[in-house]
Structure formats: structure tokens, C-alpha cells
Design a protein around this ligand. Structure first.
Ligand code: UD1
Length: 417
């Protein structure tokens, strides 16, 4: 298993390009199942989760050809396998995103239940309830969700929790349903909006994009399209925090500052100077950051996927930061590892109090999930001497070429195979 060895203490300076958004790419790739025509996508990031999704789509019956510049053609003419097997779903929960498209297009799907997850129980009950409301017959048998419907019917669905992949699954299913589907309390994350725009390019009729009420008028078929995947706001946010923590001067290109309002506000409050244009962000930091208090919540509030990175910032900030996680239970797995680096953190329930220290120390630590791993990389960038991060495969699921990008900015990061 690969490890990263990071020599701390180097200011990050320079310019890097932000990759396509993993969490937009995953549902958009699954949208290829909704049409027999070719879907061409650009700005596809090279990530483990993308490879897993392509393997799954190939297994189901999707033909594909990928180029070196981040472009891909996908075409799902015929169904080969009705099943998304446990062996693939267990490595990536987002595999559940094939359920809605398969059911809508072919009238049947068998998708493994995702099972346990490092950051909490993460059920999929709202995906299932929504599809049932659209007329699907669903049985859970032998660890699989088995769904059937001759043609899905439009329905009004009120989701009692805001769910990102739940909204995406139901929105995709509704594009081919008979009649109108209204999704209330829908997720407003930019990745949901990106998927909606891709579906519209494929001929779907969707109103209320970007709001919490999405109205989908079903159509008989969707056609091919060409669509660029949006930039990754979490990758962008992670590099912004890295620049602030190392008191650097970094420009990020090919990004979307408008998807990061709250994150940028918080970094300004910590003392960072940030300039944003349509597709670029430049951040400069000239002093030790001030600590930041935050509470995670659905978009447009503070993203849970940036919580661990801000915890890392608070570890070395001036003062005490209060971090409250409201989306996922058990999303403080990074705390114990940060404590091994000398961080002072007290956890009570879903809140962590982080007492900033002047200097973190190097240690060997273990990555536990994707964003927790990113936070350990950030902490290591400012720790004295060399930190080793084990189980780095988590980070390869979501950050394209992390060591190349950090080294391009002047960090000292080595991958140990
Ligand atoms: C997506 C993102 C993930 C991000 C999360 C929250 C992808 C591939 N992943 O995950 O990076 O951290 O949104 O922004 O886009 N819930 C239920 N029942 C359900 C579904 C969800 O109770 O059927 C609960 C979850 O347990 C959680 C909350 O809803 O407490 C939000 O989860 P959800 O938005 O569904 O997360 P994901 O879509 O899995």
C-alpha cells in the first residue's frame, strides 16, 4: 500500500490547475445509462473513484473510449448485466447512482446495498422511498436492492433529509418517467446543478435547477450530448487551506470561485487575502491564521467535505476554533491522528474544540477516509520534519496527482510504493 512522506515547513507558492469535480463526474457518468446515444464528457479527473465507476458502467453494458486530455465517450446501447455487484459497490458508495438510471431505462436493477462506511451509517432509504413513490416495486434480498417498474410514474417526493446522491438518483430516474416529478427539499449542491445541466443537454425537461424544488417533466427518450464537468470545489478549497496554513501565495486556475463563497469568507476571516475572478482564485497569507469556528450544513452553507481541512487549519491557528459536524456522525476520525501530530483537540458529541498550537510535530499517521486524509496532508505540510501518511489510497480516490500538484507549489512530498 502506498504511503506519502511529507517534509513540513515549506511555503506554497505558484500556480496549479484544478481538476474536474469527482462528485459531479460520478452522477454524470451514470447518466450515460439513460440514453442509447453517445455522451461525450470533458474535464474528467483521473481518480480511483472514476475508474471504479467506469468498471461498473462497463459491467452493466456501457462502451467507452477515454482520451489522455480528460475526454471520454460513453454509449450504453444494450444492457449486459442487471446487477451492480457488492465487490464494486463496497469500494464506492456512489455506485448507488446506477440504480435510478437503470430502473428508468430498462425497468429493472439489482444494486448491492453499500454496507458500512468509515464516516457513519449513511443509509440509502430516501433513494428507495423516492423510487417507490414513482411506482417501483423494491425488495431487499441477499444484501441487494432489487427494483422493478414497467415505466416509472411522476410523483411529488418530499425528502425529509437533504441528500445529494439521493436527489441525483431520483432526478435521473424522473427524466424518463411518465408525467411530472417534483422533488422537494432537494439538495442544492453545485454538483446536483451540474448533473441537471448535463441532463438538460441530453434532452431532459428540468425546472428549478439550483433550488430546493426540482420539477422534472418526463420524456420518452434522452439523446447524446457533449458536456464539460465542472471544476472540483473541494479540491480547490483544500489547496486554498494549504496555502493559508503555509503562509503562501497560490493561484488556482480552471476553478469556480462562485461555488466556494462560504469557504472563501472563512479564509478571509482567518486573515487571508483572496482575489477571485470567474475562473481563478489567488490567495496570499502573511501571518499565522486566526482560528475559525464553523458548522457544516447542506449547500450553500459550510460543506462537510471541507470540515477536516479547516480542523487542520485550526490546529496551528491563533486561538480556539469550534467545529460542529451536522451531516455525518463519526466524521472526526482525523482527530486522533492529528493528536499524534501534537494537535490539541477536545471532542464532545458532534463538536470539536481545537486549541491552536504554534507548531505540529512529525509522526506516522493513518488516512481513514478521503477528506480526513487530505487534512493529514495539510497538517504534515506545516509539521516540523517528516510525516508519513499510511493508507494513502483514500486520497487517490478524490485528489488527482496530489503530490505532483503540491510539489509544483514547492512542497516536499514523496510517494513510497
Ligand atoms: C455526497 C457526497 C459526499 C458529501 C455528502 C454531503 C457524492 C458522491 N458524495 O454524499 O462527498 O460528503 O454528499 O455533502 O456526491 N441520508 C439518509 N438517507 C438517505 C440518504 C442520506 O438518511 O437515503 C443522510 C446521510 O446519512 C447523511 C445525510 O443524509 O446524514 C446527507 O447524506 P448525502 O447527502 O446523501 O451524502 P451522499 O450523497 O452519500
Amino acid at each position: 500500500m502506498d504511503k506519502l512522506a511529507i517534509q513540513g515547513g515549506h511555503r506554497l507558492c505558484g500556480e496549479i490547475r484544478i481538476s474536474g469535480a469527482k462528485n459531479a463526474a460520478l452522477p454524470i457518468l451514470c447518466a450515460a445509462l439513460l440514453s442509447a446515444d453517445t455522451l461525450h464528457l470533458d474535464n474528467l479527473p483521473k481518480l480511483q473513484d472514476i475508474s471504479t465507476t467506469l468498471t461498473l458502467l462497463g459491467h452493466i453494458g456501457c462502451e467507452m473510449s477515454r482520451d489522455e486530455q480528460g475526454g471520454i465517450d460513453l454509449q450504453a446501447v444494450q444492457l449486459k448485466q442487471l446487477e451492480a455487484p457488492y465487490s464494486l459497490v463496497k469500494t464506492m458508495r456512489a455506485s448507488i447512482l446506477v440504480l435510478g438510471p437503470m430502473l428508468a431505462r430498462w425497468g429493472e436493477a439489482r444494486v448491492s446495498l453499500p454496507g458500512g462506511c468509515a464516516i457513519g451509517s449513511r443509509p440509502v432509504d430516501l433513494h428507495i422511498k423516492g423510487l417507490q413513490a414513482m411506482g417501483a416495486e423494491i425488495h431487499i434480498e441477499h444484501g441487494y436492492i432489487h427494483a422493478r417498474a414497467s415505466r416509472l410514474q411522476g410523483a411529488r417526493i418530499v425528502m425529509d433529509t437533504v441528500t445529494v446522491t439521493g436527489t441525483e438518483n431520483l432526478m435521473m430516474a424522473a427524466t424518463l418517467a411518465e408525467g411530472t416529478t417534483i422533488l422537494e427539499n432537494a439538495a442544492r449542491e453545485p454538483e446536483v446543478t451540474d448533473l441537471a445541466h448535463c441532463l438538460i443537454a441530453m434532452g431532459a425537461d428540468i425546472q428549478g435547477v439550483g433550488t430546493d424544488t426540482i420539477i422534472i417533466q418526463g420524456v420518452k427518450r434522452l439523446h447524446g450530448a457533449s458536456y464539460p464537468i465542472m471544476p472540483d470545489r473541494i479540491e480547490t478549497g483544500t489547496y486554498l487551506v494549504a496555502a493559508v496554513m503555509t503562509q503562501g501565495n497560490v493561484t488556482l486556475t480552471h476553478t469556480r470561485p462562485d461555488t466556494l463563497d462560504v469557504v472563501i469568507d472563512k479564509l478571509r476571516a482567518s486573515g487571508a487575502l483572496i482575489q477571485a475572478t470567474d475562473h481563478h482564485i489567488t490567495v496570499q497569507m502573511h501571518q499565522r491564521p486566526e482560528s475559525i469556528s464553523l458548522r457544516t450544513a447542506p449547500y450553500p452553507a459550510f460543506p462537510t467535505d471541507m470540515q477536516a481541512q479547516f480542523m487542520a487549519l485550526n490546529c496551528i491557528a491563533n486561538g480556539v476554533g469550534r467545529v460542529t459536524e451536522t451531516i455525518f456522525e463519526n466524521r472526526f476520525m482525523h482527530v486522533q491522528e492529528m493528536q499524534r501530530l501534537g494537535a490539541q483537540i477536545e471532542v464532545e458529541g458532534n463538536t470539536a474544540l481545537v486549541y491552536g498550537v504554534a507548531q505540529l510535530q512529525a509522526a506516522t499517521v493513518m488516512a481513514t477516509d478521503l477528506r480526513a486524509s487530505a487534512s493529514l496532508v495539510l497538517a504534515a505540510l506545516v509539521a516540523e520534519s517528516e510525516t508519513t501518511i499510511e493508507r494513502i489510497y483514500h486520497i487517490d480516490r478524490g485528489y488527482e496527482g496530489i503530490e505532483e500538484k503540491l510539489n509544483q507549489l514547492g512542497a516536499k512530498v514523496r510517494r513510497i510504493h
